[in-house]
Design a binder for this molecule. Structure first.
Ligand code: URA
Length: 433
């Protein structure tokens, strides 16, 4: 069948065969299918969808487009974590040392920020010397020594996803449950763990704006993982406002360290400990009833903070930042964004706060843009909190004032003040196992 016929098949709402899907993925990986044809099929998939069987075949073909990491020679149960992405989402940096302090081995391959969402690798690289580009052998050595390692993916893992994601990014074809599921799970299966905990975000700052969509994505991700032999679970969590009170790179590292010292913001603590507890259960390190207690103990005893120090050192980073935040990149200037009238913060729109942070230089518009690791946004008033006219709601941190006007416009637009206290959705909306 010619590739035009494959596109027409999906355009007309018919199911693709395994052969069609493998031909597509192999053709994209080898650059034999022109981008305009690949984009046409992607758009047909966005509009027509895919069955679970087609999505599983797509994931498998993308997984087999590259190598798989073999962690089988490492002792212990290896459990990964993945978030579908949000603003101020720094959970991995708290959770990796926390779960490792409880005896779970945490191999974590993370990404960079793009658009309004931040990236774990950019945040970690705010720590002087921290290397995210370890070889697979170095990654395994750190896992053996420390029990957790957070690195960038190697180009040999799921190369089909790299090509497809770049194409989806510029053809409005990111927001599709089968495409997101295959993209995420092909990479996670290539990473070689035994289990996986997923944080599927739902709300204004997430790909999935509604809870039914987020549940469907979670169900699809868990089904693919389970079918492939990976113990997989997902939490569905709210991403309407930024997580925690810091958005940026160095400022998010400070917030993670504060959290590991027992002084973190409530939402970040709740989500990090809930996900870490699920990792313990999946790894068989604790039963349902005790997992949360074990995690809380590792936080309170300082064991998780000690793991963080060891993790930073093993990656070549300067662990003195743990006690001296002045060693992290700083912003020279600040600008307060104030409430226009009295009331309660009803909404603090995550996507717009993320855009403000990006405009200040903390994020990138294009994959190769340089970023300012000292820049970002601090949240002084969270949704539900009372505010008086003239009080600071957001503080913009910057070194370069060129985009300050744009950042300030996004920040003002992000803030909604209501006369009565708002009813906020729960942070954790459910679990799919
Ligand atoms: N994250 C991914 O890795 N892939 C997607 O398609 C969307 C979010």
């Amino acid at each position: 069948m010619s590739f035009v016929d494959v596109i027409a098949k999906k355009r007309d709402g018919r199911a693709l065969s395994r052969e069609d899907i493998e031909g597509f993925v192999n053709g994209v990986t080898a650059a034999e299918i022109p981008e305009y044809q690949a984009a046409a099929l992607l758009m047909a998939i966005v509009i027509r969808g895919m069955s679970d069987q087609e999505t599983a075949w797509l994931t498998d073909a993308m997984l087999r487009s590259g190598d798989r990491v073999d962690l089988s020679d490492l002792p212990g149960v290896k459990v990964g974590k993945h978030s579908t992405g949000g603003v101020g989402d720094k959970v991995s940096i708290v959770l990796a040392p926390l779960a490792a302090a409880c005896g779970v081995v945490v191999p974590k391959m993370s990404g960079r920020g793009l658009g309004h969402t931040g990236g774990t690798l950019d945040k970690l690289e705010a720590i002087p010397g921290y290397r995210t580009d370890l070889t697979i052998d170095e990654f395994k050595q750190v896992l053996r020594r420390v029990g957790a390692s957070i690195v960038g993916p190697t180009s040999a893992l799921a190369p089909a996803d790299k090509r497809l994601y770049a194409l989806r990014d510029v053809t409005a074809t990111v927001a599709s449950i089968p495409l997101i599921a295959a993209s995420v799970m092909s990479k996670k299966l290539a990473e070689g763990g035994d289990g996986l905990v997923l944080d599927v975000k739902c709300g204004d700052g997430a790909f999935m704006k509604s809870e039914p969509e987020a549940r469907e994505l979670a169900r699809t991700l868990v089904a693919i993982g389970t079918q492939a032999g990976l113990r997989t679970e997902a939490l569905i969590t709210t991403m309407d406002a930024p997580l925690g009170r810091a958005i940026g790179n160095a400022v998010e590292i400070v917030e993670c360290l504060e959290t590991l010292k027992g002084r973190g913001p409530d939402d970040l603590v709740a989500l990090s400990t809930a996900l870490a507890a699920r990792m313990l259960v999946l790894a068989g390190r604790a039963g349902e009833a005790e997992a949360d207690r074990v995690v809380q103990r590792a936080l309170a005893s300082g064991a998780a903070l000690d793991k963080m120090r060891a993790l930073i050192e093993a990656h070549g980073g300067d662990s003195r930042v743990v006690d001296d935040y002045g060693r992290l990149p700083q912003a020279a200037r600040r600008c307060a964004i104030r409430a226009a009238h009295d009331g309660y913060i009803e909404r603090l729109r995550a996507e717009l706060v993320g855009r403000a942070s990006m405009a200040l230089g903390a994020g990138r518009r294009r994959m190769n843009d340089a970023i300012d690791r000292g820049a970002g946004v601090l949240v002084m008033k969270k949704p539900g909190e009372a505010v008086h006219a003239g009080e600071t709601v957001l503080e913009l941190l910057y070194n370069d004032a060129r985009e300050l006007a744009e950042a300030s416009a996004f920040a003002h637009e992000a803030i909604h003040v209501s006369a009565a206290p708002p009813v906020l959705p729960p942070l954790i909306r459910g679990r799919v196992a």
